[in-house]
Design a protein around this ligand. Sequence first.
Ligand code: F6R
Length: 243
Amino acid sequence: MEVVIVKDAEAGGDLIAGAIADLLVRKPDALLGVATGSTPLPIYDALIAKARAGSVDASRARICQLDEYVGLPAGHPESYRATVLRQVVEPLGLPAEQFMGPDGSAADVQAACVAYDRALAEAGGVDLQILGIGTDGHIGFNEPCSSLASRTRIKTLTEQTRIDNARFFDDDIEQVPHHVITQGIGTILDARHLVLLATGEGKAEAVAQTVEGPVASLVPASALQLHPHATVVVDEGAASKLK
Ligand code: F6R
């Protein structure tokens, strides 16, 4: 695992957007896995700026979601489909055919999970997966004690993650769904390159356990230690508990 300490979130976003731009030169139709939440926004902003400036051609890039809430009405602005469309797909000017995600409103959620894993494989697999990290060490929505071999499946959010995400739902935890579909840890590890960005002191403990602790399902992000090409980009706050 490679750990890169950068000055701040913007520098982290620039660095990772640069890695994506390099990938798109080598493979213009690369499949990019995108996380949601606050942390990756500087990556998307930097990538969109590069595309608008003409320094990267992202027109053939394909985008796939990492996770999705279950049970939000179709088109809900905080569904991850709507969020990724708004933050990444539309600003890059990509057509809907170049974007895929799990169906959180499917009548048979289990079948939707299996179908999503199959769709990712049929698309040739994820080339670069962007990850954030929860304060409890989750990646995607693989909460502590998730199997390190897990595939895409339905999960129940912990109370802490629902509290953390209430800010996207008018600070009202009652509006935060209880269930999500998430790529499993095994699914995430199938990506060719994993890039985790963590910013701020609030993530410092989770980062320290991810990078320096044992590989353990109690800290799902520690599974990155098992991957042959994993990069952890942290700002000074998030790096503050590294030895
Ligand atoms: C969401 C996801 C989550 C977030 C994590 C951190 O798609 O993958 O694992 O990355 O909850 O969220 P932020 O970045 O908002 O602190």
